[in-house]
Design a protein around this ligand. Structure first.
Ligand SMILES: Nc1ncnc2c1ncn2[C@@H]1O[C@H](COP(=O)(O)OP(=O)(O)OP(=O)(O)O)[C@@H](O)[C@H]1O
Length: 370
């Protein structure tokens, strides 16, 4: 329904595929982005995810045209755009601080990009009203920006970006100034809007939950280098290396060697304390490989069964951190390792309590040692 209404209003953008080929940006001796290549299919919601300073904003700035690449190409639907002036790239952008004009009204702010494009008055009014409706700010067109809440300002910034009917929408941490509850609400709205408009979107965040919830694809970056590109399921279910696994919260790592195999499983032996664990075989590894085993804190079971069985480790609780819906524990094992474990519900174990951990062979993941 909504999509049809938007089609009839002609607000859906020309679908644009964005290719980034061997893009590098150097600031003096700092390499902010190093040989980055990725493709964002038309209509896709791609998130660039990584810690502060990893080069996410630099990539957006090169796509927008406020920075020139040191080398490499940015291509829209097969056409390199490096030499095209930013005013002719038809990109909608939402900045972290929104960059709105506080003493202008909502409607004036939204109309800004249309004024720059010399759109006729009657058409301008119609398009501004449509954009206001899309971000659900009905009735607030004449309100000054300074009199709006943070969430409303964020929606004005979004309306201002989409009113120009952009080929590509760039969003640089647009939710980071909002409180946690509003951030979740705006996430849902953003997702709906993307589904309705189908604009190719590139979103920058360091928040893995945001990336997981919003994106059709995620690119994880570290120190200017792309580490992994995949669907949220790929990235969160099969992180490729230590950096990605650690960044998205795997939390527990054991270095060692795959020493044997039996019945569709590898036998892993840890370097540090010769602990032996059974792990489900994957297609990428073989006996003899030096690897890292990893497991998410919520995947480790604390068991009451006193029998020493396969993949169990004895230890005691050293840290207990109750966070409402779950409790985070640290357990130190007899071998002197510390495991992070999340248990749903009320804090069921006491500090110092003896516990046994079970590492399910199907939940352990093998990643390459670099
Ligand atoms: N104009 C500049 N001059 C010099 N160095 C810069 C410039 N802009 C960015 N950098 C450096 O390039 C690297 C990447 O910065 P960038 O802003 O792209 O990171 P980011 O991942 O977006 O970080 P954040 O999440 O903190 O915004 C950083 O080391 C940064 O200090």
């Amino acid at each position: 329904m909504v999509a049809q209404a938007l089609q009839s209003k002609n607000v859906t953008a020309e679908s644009t595929k964005v290719e980034i080929n061997h893009l590098t940006k150097q600031f003096g001796s700092t390499t902010a982005v190093q040989d980055a290549s990725l493709t964002i299919e038309s209509g896709e919601f791609m998130t660039l995810l990584g810690p502060s300073g990893c080069g996410k904003t630099t990539i957006l700035s090169m796509i927008l045209g406020i920075l020139q690449p040191t080398s490499g190409d940015i291509i829209f639907n097969g056409q390199p755009i490096n030499q095209i002036d930013m005013s002719r790239r038809d990109i909608g952008m939402v900045f972290q601080n929104y960059a709105l004009f506080p003493h202008m009204t909502v409607a004036q702010n939204i109309a800004f990009g249309l004024d720059m494009r010399k759109i006729k008055k009657a058409d301008k009014k119609k398009r501004v009203n449509e954009a206001i409706e899309m971000v659900q700010l009905n009735g607030l067109g004449d309100r000054f920006i300074k009199d709006l809440s943070g969430g409303q300002q964020q929606r004005v910034a979004l309306a201002r970006a989409i009113v120009i009917r952009p080929r590509v929408l760039l969003l640089d941490e647009p939710l980071s100034n909002l409180d946690a509850k509003l951030r979740k609400e705006m996430r849902t709205q953003l997702k709906k809007l993307h589904n309705e408009l189908g604009i190719t979107t590139i979103y920058v965040t360091h928040d893995q939950e945001e990336a997981l919830s919003l994106s059709t694809k995620v690119t994880v970056m570290s120190n200017g280098v792309i580490q992994q590109i995949g669907t949220p399921k790929d990235i969160f279910g099969r992180p490729k290396n230590y950096f990605v696994a650690n960044f998205i919260g795997y939390g527990n790592f054991l270095e060692g060697t795959l020493v044997d195999e039996q019945d569709g499983h590898f036998i892993f032996e840890a370097d540090k304390d010769a602990v032996r664990l059974t792990v489900k075989k994957d297609e990428k590894h073989q006996v003899g490989d030096d690897v890292i085993l990893t497991i998410k804190p919520e995947m480790i079971d604390i068991i009451t069964d006193s029998k020493i069985g396969m993949n169990t480790l004895q230890g005691h609780i050293t840290v207990s951190d109750y966070i409402g819906s779950a409790t985070g524990y640290e357990v130190e094992t007899e071998g002197g390792r510390t495991f992070k474990i999340n248990v749903l519900g009320l804090n069921p174990y006491a500090l110092g309590e003896e516990v046994r951990l079970y590492l399910d062979p199907d939940k352990l993941l093998i990643i390459d040692k670099e």
